[in-house]
Design a binder for this molecule. Structure first.
Ligand code: DC
Length: 226
């Protein structure tokens, strides 16, 4: 069977991994898996149905029954466009809580693997390189200081015309980081063979260029031309 290449991009909230993953997928013509969106969908569905965010068994059962599709305009769940809803701060906060439950992670494991389709996949999240695609061709771990990440999120939200408080964003990122890094199952940490990029003082073009060099180093550069 022909090898289907995988590039993983892991890192904390606001590190720019979603943008990097999208740029790499576009460059290589690969599929894109935004695994954080899956946890956000589970949280949004739980909030809508009143399912407690700590009931692993109920959440796992619900997650398995959801019909989740990624379209050009974002995520659709059971035929309903939920992109704007899952990007809300409250849902992100809920996602971090449901993502700490082993039953929920197990429930969406196979769904994540199913995104590996020809000609290749770029997968972004927290445990793409450590747990879901441990044999990935290239693993990137994107870091940035919590202050830089809070400032980026602040600018994004302001550009969307939303009123936000920088100290509140910083506190919420710190809390989410702690939960994502400290949890027993699939904690946020670089895989041993991941390339760590600190983007605190880099713009996205510089990060993409480093990532493309790393991709070329593992023979992925040729894929774009073939
Ligand atoms: O990347 P994001 O902010 O959309 O992720 C939302 C939450 O989901 C985040 O708090 C951590 C969790 N998550 C995870 O535990 N594992 C992943 N592979 C992706 C996201």
């Amino acid at each position: 069977m022909k090898h289907i290449p995988v590039i993983t991009v892991d890192g904390p909230s606001g590190s720019g991994k979603g943008t990097l993953a999208a740029r790499l997928a576009e460059h290589f013509g690969f599929h894109l898996l935004d695994s954080g969106a899956l946890y956000r969908v589970v949280a949004a569905a739980a909030l809508a149905r009143g399912t407690p965010l700590d009931d692993g068994a109920a959440l796992a059962e619900m997650a398995q029954a959801l019909n989740i599709r990624f379209e050009a305009d974002g995520v659709h769940v059971d035929g309903v466009h939920l992109e704007a809803r899952i990007r809300e701060e409250a849902v992100g906060e809920g996602a971090s809580r449901v993502a700490a439950l082993p039953q929920v992670r197990a429930a969406i494991h196979d769904l994540q693997l199913s995104f590996r389709q020809p000609p290749g996949l770029v997968a972004d999240g927290r445990d793409m390189g450590t747990v879901v695609f441990p044999g990935a061709d290239l693993k990137i771990f994107l870091e940035a200081s919590v202050e830089a990440r809070a400032q980026r999120r602040y600018n994004q939200l302001k550009n969307k015309g939303l009123s936000v408080s920088l100290p509140a964003l910083l506190a919420s990122l710190q809390e989410r980081d702690e939960r994502d890094r400290g949890r027993a199952v699939s904690p946020l940490e670089p895989a041993k063979d991941a390339h760590v990029i600190d983007s605190t003082a880099m713009d996205i073009d510089a990060v993409v260029s480093v990532a493309l060099q790393l991709a070329a180093g593992v023979g992925l550069g040729k894929t774009a031309q073939t």
